[in-house]
Design a protein. Structure first.
Ligand code: NAP
Length: 306
């Protein structure tokens, strides 16, 4: 393959504009060749409202990156794989585990790349935390993932609809880091979900996993936002991940962090996967979300309005 890889971006909304468009523009590996969105467009890029039309008119676009919310994503992904395109999925990779397994089978049969991305795993300090915990036994850990939904998802009602996952939409980012850096797997022991009386999905979650791991996800945090994780090992090591995984401190020492930002690193990985004809679909974070929805106690919380 020579020259940049042509990619179409589907679902031109908050994350497409904030992260995907600039990351593609900054990379020599990629060319944004088309967009598909019912309303959104990107200046200077051919835009379509229907995925079938874009695919039919652009046989040279080999990769489609899907940035729409999880519930509508499966149909778009299946259409693209059937049309012989490589597919990149925003997190969470789907609305259910079964539909992502189905996509994985389709991609395998078609010999196409499917990349279920976890942008927080690419945060700059995650590799350092993983290295610090490698070969150790984690005695306890705590996650605080507390942000203001009104700031980060303004007016996005889909997050409170079935399949939108509520506070587990950002929470799955923490779980994607947890499942990346822990030397041994853990599973949920108990949880409490607070769901606004007028909504379908939780706005707060308190979780206890095996291995002495606890987590608090809160979508009503005002003021300073908090995306932090602390790990204590049986050797007495303390590993802190802050800023959503972008800073790492081990035993009071700042650790060297990766160079690339989260989305540039995702597109670099996708380019490698496409060139190698490989797939990367790790559903471990989504298994935890599914378990949280299955096992947790429910508490009805006050109504939520934007
Ligand atoms: P968004 O802005 O609400 O949605 C993205 C775009 O998808 C919308 O602008 C809309 O474009 C299209 N869309 C929405 N519902 C659709 C439907 N039912 N059918 C077809 N198209 C639909 O959401 P977002 O914040 O960008 O999030 C999208 C994904 O990125 C989510 O999975 C989210 O977890 C992930 N993500 C978000 C953030 C964040 O900070 N917001 C950060 C990282 C990852 P048109 O109206 O033009 O079709």
């Amino acid at each position: 393959m020579s020259g940049p890889i042509k990619v179409a971006l589907v679902g031109i909304g908050k994350i497409a504009v904030d992260q995907h468009v600039p990351s593609i523009a900054a990379s020599e590996d990629w060319e944004l060749a088309a967009t598909v969105s019912r309303a959104g467009t990107v200046d200077g890029v051919p835009s379509y409202t229907e995925i079938d039309t874009m695919l039919a008119e652009n046989p040279d676009i080999g990769v489609v990156s899907l940035c729409l919310p999880p519930v509508p994503r499966f149909d778009y992904a299946a259409t693209c794989l059937r049309a012989g395109r490589h597919v990149m999925l925003e997190k969470p990779p789907g609305a259910t585990l079964a539909e992502v397994h189905a996509l994985e089978d389709m991609a395998q049969d078609a010999g196409k790349t499917l990349f279920a991305t976890w942008h927080s795993r690419m945060a700059k300090g995650v590799a350092a935390a993983k290295a610090a915990l490698s070969g150790k036994t984690v005695e306890s850990a705590h996650i605080d993932w507390k942000e203001n939904v009104r700031q980060w998802h303004p007016g996005q009602d889909w997050v409170f609809e079935p399949g939108g996952m509520g506070v587990l939409d950002p929470g799955i980012n923490a779980l994607s880091i947890l499942t990346e850096v822990l030397p041994d797997p853990v599973h949920l022991k108990k949880g409490v979900l607070h769901t606004p009386e007028n909504r379908q999905t939780p706005i707060k979650a308190n979780l206890t996993f095996t291995g002495g791991i606890t987590a608090e996800f809160d979508w009503l945090k005002e003021g300073e936002q908090m995306w932090e994780m602390t790990f204590r090992t049986t050797d007495g090591d303390l590993v802190y991940l802050m800023e959503g995984g972008n800073a790492c401190v081990v035993n009071d020492q700042d650790m060297a962090v990766s160079e690339l930002g989260e989305y540039p690193a995702l597109y670099a990985r996708m380019a490698d996967l496409v060139k190698a004809g490989a797939r990367d679909v790790d559903l471990a974070p989504m298994v935890h979300v599914s378990d949280i929805m299955t096992l947790s106690r429910r508490i009805i919380a006050p109504a939520f309005e934007w």
